[in-house]
Design a protein around this ligand. Structure first.
Ligand SMILES: Cc1cc2nc3c(=O)[nH]c(=O)nc-3n(C[C@H](O)[C@H](O)[C@H](O)COP(=O)(O)OP(=O)(O)OC[C@H]3O[C@@H](n4cnc5c(N)ncnc54)[C@H](O)[C@@H]3O)c2cc1C
Length: 402
């Protein structure tokens, strides 16, 4: 009993876990590294995610529909934009959004980390002035189109989509696959090879452009709320000004991909906390042999393994936030985090699913959604294997995918 009381932080009483009167999963009080004002912001965001996002998620996931009604409330949270946000706070917010629902966090990550950040960091003043206010208010939604039907892991070397300069315009041709938010995004950042100099560059394509077509990808087993699209570009003509001037070579995407790998690693932490929340609440409620299954040693062992994985991942991410803050974060750090946190996550969600027994197989008890959504996190933003090989190259000097 003493241990349980010690673990309840008087500074941060939380009402998560469906009212379960036990400590939040952040047993190490890592959140206390935030300032008081940041803790208030995180707490408000968490409360919105748990009360407005999480309750909608299973139903929309089952129907593979996007809850557009959430957008005004999500925008009102001002998760990014107006106030300066430390890397730690922004990571913890992404973690908490994923904890409530992975798909909504993926939607937001693609829109903000990949599209809006590209406009902000790699766009022109005109791009920033024309697009950022609407993007930050979620009045306009962005998508990021890099992957192609025939090229995923090797896209930087084998990209087939082309951009050809024609007077004051560019003409784009090619196909893109898996593009998140692609069916409804107002603006899509399309990566294509400049036929003149052979370099990969980024172009903003508005959804109304003639020759642009986005078809929904159906029958997914993961992040079903996210509207992924197969996009075709058939002689799509865009003005020269739609080229993002900060994208002269593929190296310029590194900054974006590094940050988005960090964001996805935070997702992997949130996914584990979600598995812990649901598994613990269920284990306390479900009785077998006349007592809660939470009282069985093997169930406690599994819960503690989830928590240990989650806390290890969270601690790693906090150090990554420190590296970001001091400008020392490299792609290798981001790749190590992505490979490691997603590996831990896969074990955690499998343990969580097992704790629910048969009820872990259907989405009615939430866990099956959490279990399945982890698979997308494992594979996008560079698969777990590709990120492992990036670190392998860094620590051996030998590239396994030369
Ligand atoms: C839900 C979802 C959302 C996505 N959203 C977007 C998006 O918004 N925008 C976008 O551009 N893309 C998006 N993607 C694409 C994603 O980034 C790619 O799926 C990912 O990069 C892997 O590429 P691939 O699927 O073509 O797999 P492949 O590259 O075909 O890989 C197949 C398998 O081979 C392995 N492999 C490949 N090369 C090697 C190697 N050299 N050594 C060892 N193993 C190797 C991989 O790890 C994997 O297991 C999304 C994908 C999913 C599933």
């Amino acid at each position: 009993m003493a241990l349980k009381e010690d673990l309840i932080s008087p500074k941060s009483p939380r009402a998560l876990n469906d009212g379960v009167p036990y400590p939040d999963a952040d047993l190490l009080f890592l959140e206390d590294l935030l300032t008081r004002e940041e803790r208030t912001r995180l707490s408000a965001a968490r409360s919105f995610f748990q009360t407005e996002v999480r309750p909608l998620a299973v139903d929309h996931w089952n129907r593979a529909e996007f809850p557009f009604q959430l957008l005004p409330g999500l925008a009102a949270q001002e998760l990014v934009g107006k106030q300066p946000t430390s890397h730690l706070l922004s990571g913890l917010i992404q973690m908490e959004l994923t904890r409530a629902d992975t798909s909504i966090s993926t939607f937001f990550g693609v829109h903000h980390e990949l599209f809006a950040t590209a406009v902000e960091q790699l766009g022109s003043d005109v791009h920033r002035e024309e697009l950022l206010p609407d993007l930050l208010a979620l009045r306009k939604i962005g998508a990021f189109a890099l992957t192609e039907p025939l090229h995923g892991s090797d896209i930087s070397r084998q990209i087939e989509t082309t951009a050809t300069r024609d007077g004051e315009d560019w003409i784009l041709n090619g196909s893109k696959r898996w593009i998140g938010n692609g069916t409804f995004a107002d603006v899509v950042l399309v990566w294509a090879k400049d036929t003149d100099d052979g370099q990969i560059k980024g172009f903003i394509v508005e959804k109304e452009r003639e020759g642009f077509h986005a078809a929904p990808i159906a029958n997914k087993i993961s992040v079903r709320i996210v509207q992924n699209a197969d996009i075709t570009l058939n002689n799509v003509r865009i003005p020269a000004a739609n080229w993002l001037p900060g994208t002269r070579t593929f190296q310029d995407t590194n900054f974006l991909l590094m940050n988005s790998r960090v964001w996805v690693s935070w997702q992997a932490v949130g996914q584990q906390l979600a598995a812990f929340d649901v598994a613990r609440a269920y284990a306390l409620e479900r009785e077998q042999f006349g007592r809660p299954v939470a009282s069985f040693q093997l169930i406690q062992d599994q819960l503690v393994r989830i928590l240990g994985n989650a806390m290890m991942s969270l601690s790693l991410m906090i150090q990554l936030a420190r590296l970001q803050e001091s400008g020392r974060l490299s792609m290798d750090h981001a790749a190590l985090a992505k490979a490691t946190c997603t590996e831990r996550m896969r074990e955690s969600v499998a343990l969580g699913r097992a704790i629910l027994g048969g009820n872990g197989i259907g989405t009615d008890f939430e866990m099956a959604k959490i279990f399945a959504d982890a698979e997308a996190i494992y594979s996008y933003e560079g698969t777990q294997q590709i990120n492992t090989l990036l670190v392998g190259r860094a620590v051996t000097g030998h590239s396994a995918f030369a």
